[in-house]
Design a protein around this ligand. Sequence first.
Ligand code: DON
Length: 305
Amino acid sequence: MKSYHEIIETTYKEVKKTKDKGKIATYIPELGNVSSDNFGASISTIDDKTFGVGNCDEKFSIQSISKILTLTLAYKLEGEKLWERVDVEPSGNPFNSLQQLDADKGKPRNPFINAGAIVICDVLVSRLENPKEDFLKFCREVADNDTINYCEKVAQSEKETGFRNFALCNFIKSFDNIKNDVDKVLDFYFYTCSLEMSCKELSETFLYLTEDNFSTCKGNRVLSKSEAKRVNAIMLTCGFYDESGEFAFRVGLPGKSGVGGGIIAIHPNEYCIAVWSPKLNPKGNSYKGMLFLEKFTSATTSSIF
Ligand code: DON
């Protein structure tokens, strides 16, 4: 059996040559300024080794991948009561959809669609004294990395064009499932989406979702085994919006994407893998990122199934 490193390298070369059928996200104008040629990947295994290829050290806008971090912190603070505010069912709808909220009386289907993540941000705004500063501190601790930061320009760009998110937040508030001021909640939400990390930083950070004691690189416990099971379960069923089934079918790992073109995926007993390629398929997931992960888990026969 070839090593993960060799397979990452061959898979990377193969996918790099493939024609990219995706399109870069421009609905947040600032995201359109990134070169679409970027392509990187990194794997961190539970024996604490990280190996990357291509643009694996370049920081990019992690966007909705941050929804795992907001969920993790809110779950730690709120415990099982959190599920009274947000459900754990796949939505089968686009990430920014308003459709189901009326019938569901303002309770979003899951924490990984925008509606759910906005409710999670509301929970954090209630719980944290200085939400932006405290959340950034939490991310830096989990990542064991003080260079992690927000991107002001991206946060600003989101605020200027975030009409759907304003609609979502106001609509949910009409059902009393947003407790704080809408502008305050969304300001925090836009900053969380603007976090910048590289593939290497991502694969190291999310090792806390593996059996590596559910801890940071320095060994500080982040979640219990049962909590990590639940976060992974929601990633498997909801991490790719209305393409979650397709990702499980092709890749076979819990994962989460962002419209910056990043994807992270977890093999609970073995590794965390991150990939970045900015052009997205019509469902908002990285075209080459999905292809790379499909080929990687096939070549290594390392899906969870
Ligand atoms: O709120 C938004 O639309 C973005 N800041 C995040 C969307 C996102 O990454 C969903 N992903 N595929």
